[in-house]
Structure formats: structure tokens, C-alpha cells
Write a protein that binds this ligand. Structure first.
Ligand code: ADP
Ligand code: MG
Length: 464
């Protein structure tokens, strides 16, 4: 089995683009599944987060796509809007060497009207969440008659979120003759009947369903009562001072509570869960990804599939009841060869979860002692960066270069250096730029006082 993209029957322009994206060779899941996918087979692919599943199905979609036929030919279903956005972005990147491919996202949290407008303009590829796609189908605004490729991304999570009936409707509206590809990080029993019902003689491809847990330093702490988990987490954070970490919680309410309480103790943290509106979720992810907030507190669903990299630590406020989920969570630390660290807090009645985990990891787990409580007197570290939110974005034709230019424009003594400016992210009507804390006020002044596209934009600093 070759791991060169060139071994695949792909168009030259696509291959050249892959190499321009620095995709030098196929990841294991790509090498195993792409030959099957490109030969037209239905495929069930199981692989951990970060294994490159998106590019896998993006290439499948593009292989089946007739650009000249301006009809919806592929439908990608994702559990959350963030994932759908991320997937659409990756498809556009992979497709950028082919002209005029239209990828449209249809997700909840955005008004229906503009989506209907976009649908009327047509698209080749739809990426969306089942609920919103169902909505459009019910209103007769979405025609799936020409779909030749149907993708279920994070299928396990979609079922868990109760999308079953929406999915049933969607499947019934797609042509029977099509290619169906199903991607999932875990493969619970609930998926099997669906796979059977909607796929034809699928091949299953599995790439080490579990992360190599040996590259992760795992620490386990037992506390006497549920109420002591927060103190345990504070001790761990103060002792180890991870620059970027994710804390996993079980419910939305718990997620918000943990984030609020940690913030009260001075930690730089933010929550992300399904009860937040889309603006707040986007903002939270931006601030975490640009390192102006150090701790993201999240539910499994909210964190699922998000391409959050370089985590120094993963912390389990509660250990998952499913060992596969545990391994999946902690797999987000220690990417790219560096050793990651995971901390898990348990109470006595969760010991059986530890036993299951030991069985799966084939190693024994020892409880450790928490750091000494003296450390609670310490002040948490603040991140070096902070985020400016600017009330202008793509629709106001703001570009990253404009923001960079405005910030680095010379103005007497308070020059801002390029290296004090971090990630810049543009949304429709807003943009975010990470800047060094020490220059945040100067930066804010420059944006507010007409240095950006010669206009004054409203802006504010989101201190983490
Ligand atoms: P998954 O869906 O399996 O969790 P993603 O599709 O989000 O993983 O991919 C994770 C990251 O790997 C993305 O940033 C993507 O651009 C990158 N990637 C995918 N395939 C390759 C490849 N062949 N070479 C290099 N990077 C890749
Ligand atoms: Mg994915």
C-alpha cells in the first residue's frame, strides 16, 4: 500500500494543490480508505481525531463531482455548526485548484432567509447539521435529487444528539444510487443498523481506534466528594501551569459552572457548550485558539472534532464512563510528537470506570496525591496575549492585512511590533486579533481612531 497521493487516480490539479498545502503523504486512514472510496465503494472509516478524515471525504466528493453540472451533488452531515464550518473550510482548501466550486453551509444558529437565498443561487456541495437540513427539506427549499455522494461525519455523535429522525428524512430524500461514506471516531452498536440501512456492502477501514496512550502522561486523583473536584483542578492548574488546556465536563450546566468558578479564582478560562449562542461559541473558540484564554471548559459534544491543537493538558473534571471517549479526549494533548499530559479526577463510585480503562489500556492505574494546598495562595498565570474584537469583518471588506497595517502604522512613541500581534480571524461582521497584553490599549486606540481602512471601527478588548 503506497502512502503517496500520486498513487491515487486523482486529477493533476488536485494532486498539485495537495502538495501546495504541504500534504506530503497520506495519513494512515487516507492510505487505507482512499483507494476504496475512489473506486466508488461505500466505506465506513473509523479513526481518531486529527487523523485526516475530512480530506479523505473531500477527495471522494471532488472525485465524483461534475463542476459543470451546477446541482447539489454532495451532502455532508456534521453534528455541530463549528464542525460544519471547519469541514467546509477544508473542502474549499482541497478544492481550490478547481474553479467555481460552490460549497454552502446550512446550520442552525443562523437565520433561514439568507440560507434560502444562497440555495436559490445554487451549490455543488452542502455541508450542514441534520436539524437545519431537515428544515430546508420540509420547506421544499432543498433538492437532493442529484446527490451522488453522502457523507456522515462524526456519525456516532449525531446519533447521540438525537438526530435520528432528521437523518431518516434526509436519507429518504437522497437518490438510492449514490456513494455513502460514514466517518466516526468510535463505533457504538447504535450505528450498525443505520450503516446497514443506508449503505451498500460497505468496506470497513479502521485505524488504531485508540490513541497511543503511551505518549501521554496520565495522572489520576481520587477526591472524597464531588464538591472537591474544583479544588483538585485548581491545585493541578496552579502546580503545572499549562499554557493551553481543555477541561472536559459532562453537562452543559456543569461546564458553565466550572468555568464561572475558575474565573472567580482568577483563571483565564472560557466555557463552550450547546446552550451558548453561536456568537459566543465562535468568540470562545477564537480566544482559546489564539492563546488569549488558557483554559477551555467543554462538553464532549462541543469539543468533538474541533481542530484544537497543541494542548499542554487535558483535564477530566469527571472521568468518562466510556473508556473509548476517555482515550479520545486525552488524545488531544501531545500531538506532533511531543508528550502530552492528562489529569483525571475521580470519586469512589467511579472506580469501576478506572477498571474498565485499565482493561482497555492494558496497564494498571495508580492514584496520585494532589499537590499541597499551600499552592492555592498562588495567583494563576495570565496568558501573554489578549483579544481585540473589531466590529467590522468580511462584509465591510476588512482584511487581515488591513488590521495588521493599522496596528503597525507608525504613531510617535507607541510603535507596535509585528511580533506583538498574533492570530487574526475574520467573520462576516466582526474580526478578532490577538495582541500582546502590554500593547492592548495602544492597539485599541489605533483601531478606534481611524487607522483601519481610514474609518473608525468600534472595538473592544476581551481580557481573558
Ligand atoms: P479528523 O477529521 O480525522 O479529526 P481533520 O480532517 O480535521 O481530522 O485533520 C486534522 C488536520 O490534519 C487538519 O489540520 C488537516 O488539514 C491536516 N491533514 C489532513 N490530511 C493531511 C495530510 N495528508 N498531510 C498533512 N496534513 C493533513
Ligand atoms: Mg473530523
Amino acid at each position: 500500500m503506497s502512502n503517496k497521493f500520486e498513487s491515487l487516480p486523482l486529477e493533476k490539479a488536485l494532486l498539485e494543490n495537495l502538495s501546495s498545502l504541504d500534504y506530503k503523504e497520506m495519513t494512515p486512514i487516507q492510505a487505507k480508505s482512499l483507494p476504496l472510496i475512489l473506486s466508488g465503494k461505500d466505506v465506513i472509516a473509523q479513526g481518531k481525531t486529527g487523523s485526516g478524515k475530512t480530506a479523505t471525504f473531500a477527495l471522494g466528493i471532488l472525485h465524483n463531482l461534475e463542476v459543470k453540472r451546477f446541482r447539489i451533488q454532495s451532502l455532508v452531515l456534521c453534528p455541530t455548526r463549528e464542525l460544519a464550518d471547519q469541514v467546509a473550510k477544508e473542502i474549499r482548501r482541497i478544492a481550490r485548484s478547481i474553479h467555481n466550486i460552490k460549497v454552502l453551509t446550512l446550520c442552525g444558529g443562523s437565520p433561514l432567509g439568507p440560507q434560502i437565498g444562497s440555495l436559490e443561487h445554487g451549490a455543488h456541495i452542502i455541508v450542514g447539521t441534520p436539524g437545519r437540513i431537515e428544515d430546508h427539506l420540509n420547506r421544499g427549499r432543498l433538492n437532493l435529487e442529484n446527490v451522488n455522494t453522502l457523507i456522515l461525519d462524526e456519525a456516532d455523535r449525531m446519533l447521540e444528539m438525537g438526530f435520528q429522525s432528521a437523518l431518516d428524512l434526509i436519507f429518504s430524500m437522497c437518490p438510492k444510487k449514490r456513494q455513502t461514506l460514514l466517518f466516526s471516531a468510535t463505533f457504538p452498536d447504535e450505528i450498525k443498523p443505520i450503516a446497514k440501512a443506508i449503505m451498500i456492502d460497505p468496506s470497513t477501514v479502521k485505524v488504531e481506534s485508540t490513541h497511543d496512550t503511551n505518549t501521554i502522561d496520565q495522572h489520576f486523583y481520587q477526591v472524597l466528594e464531588h464538591s472537591e473536584r474544583l479544588t483538585a483542578i485548581r491545585l493541578i492548574l496552579l502546580k503545572n501551569q499549562p499554557e493551553s488546556s481543555v477541561i472536559f465536563c459532562t453537562t452543559k450546566i456543569e461546564t458553565q459552572q466550572v468555568a464561572d468558578e475558575l474565573a472567580m479564582f482568577g483563571f483565564s478560562c472560557i466555557a463552550i457548550h450547546g446552550d451558548l449562542d453561536q456568537k459566543d461559541r465562535d468568540q470562545a473558540l477564537v480566544r482559546f485558539a489564539n492563546k488569549s484564554v488558557s483554559i477551555l471548559v467543554a462538553t464532549d459534544v462541543a469539543a468533538r472534532g474541533l481542530d484544537i491543537e497543541n494542548l499542554d493538558a487535558v483535564i477530566n473534571y469527571q472521568i468518562s464512563r466510556d473508556p473509548e471517549v476517555h482515550v479520545h479526549r486525552i488524545g488531544r494533548t501531545g500531538r506532533a510528537g511531543s508528550k502530552g499530559t492528562a489529569y483525571s479526577i475521580i470519586v469512589e463510585k467511579e472506580i469501576h470506570r478506572i477498571i474498565k480503562l485499565e482493561d482497555m489500556m492494558k496497564q494498571s492505574i495508580k492514584m496520585e496525591k494532589l499537590p499541597d494546598r499551600n499552592i492555592l495562595e498562588k495567583k494563576p498565570n495570565k496568558p501573554e496575549m489578549t483579544t481585540l474584537q473589531i466590529d467590522g469583518g468580511k462584509k465591510q471588506k476588512v482584511r487581515a492585512g488591513d488590521i495588521l497595517g493599522a496596528l503597525t502604522a507608525k504613531k510617535g512613541t507607541d510603535d507596535i511590533q509585528g511580533n506583538q500581534i498574533g492570530k487574526i480571524q475574520l467573520f462576516d461582521n466582526r474580526s478578532f486579533v490577538a495582541v500582546h497584553r502590554s500593547i492592548a490599549n495602544d492597539a485599541l486606540n489605533k483601531i478606534q481612531n481611524g487607522k483601519l481602512k481610514g474609518r473608525s471601527f468600534k472595538a473592544r478588548c476581551l481580557w481573558g
